[in-house]
Write a protein that binds this ligand. Structure first.
Ligand code: PAF
Length: 258
């Protein structure tokens, strides 16, 4: 496995690569959800590229960015064990030589759900994903369905800009109690971690969205949104851990309301 920090040397390496390239973009703090994406790529593609880049332009809260977990040494061990071929660790100046003057803006769905309380979040996500896809030029790129809105927006962007890459959505990987795997789970206190299981369990309840919101609030979570769109119910909550808060998102297949 080769770890590459310098994008110039990556671009030279990329020119020499043959076969199908599978790409998993991440912000590190790898968990079993990321492992599933990497496994899917290793199984389907000749070469697997992982990027680890905590993208500042998608954080609208500076504390969230400052607290984002950094477990690089562990991440590299995980990647090596899974058979990743290349790990890209770019720096801000290399990713944003334009100082973020150029942006990929979607004007509708990106302002809803997670976008409604996180202005600019999806512009940051789409811009960095476009840049990374142009750098890696993969046949397939793998995204987790835990971030379903992100997955849909990336799929839509790729179609809109005629980009030659398949966006593969992989199922959410969950802890035994149903909590969706997320890098942010590492930030939950012990008590908050136990309580957080109620988020997924409540989202699955056969009651309408208003009841789910009320139930989550009664458990002590700050509810950002709970909304059913088509056959999925989406939710986001903020969990109070005493000294800090942790924002969690999830989505489940919508069930018949009793
Ligand atoms: O899902 C994530 O970890 C990030 O939003 C992504 C896709 C790596 C872009 O920074």
């Amino acid at each position: 496995m080769k770890v590459i920090e310098d994008l110039q040397s990556w671009r030279e390496t990329r020119r020499g690569l043959q076969g199908s390239i599978g790409f998993v973009p991440t912000m590190g703090a790898l968990h079993d959800g990321h492992a599933a994406l990497l496994q899917a790529s290793v199984e389907s593609d000749d070469v697997t590229v992982l990027s680890i880049y905590v993208n500042p332009t998608q954080f609208n809260d500076p504390n969230d960015l400052a607290n984002y977990p950094d477990t690089l040494d562990e991440d590299l061990k995980v990647a090596q064990a899974l058979g990743v071929d290349y790990v890209l660790l770019p720096r801000y100046a290399d990713i944003y030589p334009d100082g973020y003057r150029y942006q990929v803006v979607e004007n509708q769905f990106s302002n809803e759900l997670c976008g409604s309380n996180r202005p600019g979040h999806f512009t940051g996500v789409l811009t960095v994903v476009m840049k990374l896809l142009n750098l890696v030029r993969p046949r397939r790129a793998y995204f987790g369905k835990k971030d379903y809105q992100q997955y849909m927006l990336v799929r839509d962007m790729v179609e809109t800009f005629f980009m030659d890459v398949d966006i593969v959505g992989c199922e959410t990987v969950r802890e035994c109690d149903g909590l969706a795997m997320s890098s942010r789970n590492k930030l939950l206190s012990k008590d908050a971690r136990r309580e957080a299981a109620k988020f997924n369990q409540t989202l699955r309840a056969p009651v309408d969205d208003a009841h789910v919101r009320a139930q989550l609030a009664a458990f002590g979570f700050q509810v950002d949104y709970v909304e059913t769109r088509g056959n999925r119910r989406f939710g986001a909550i903020v969990v109070d851990c005493g000294e800090h808060t942790v924002r969690l998102i999830d989505n489940v297949e919508a069930c018949e309301v009793a």
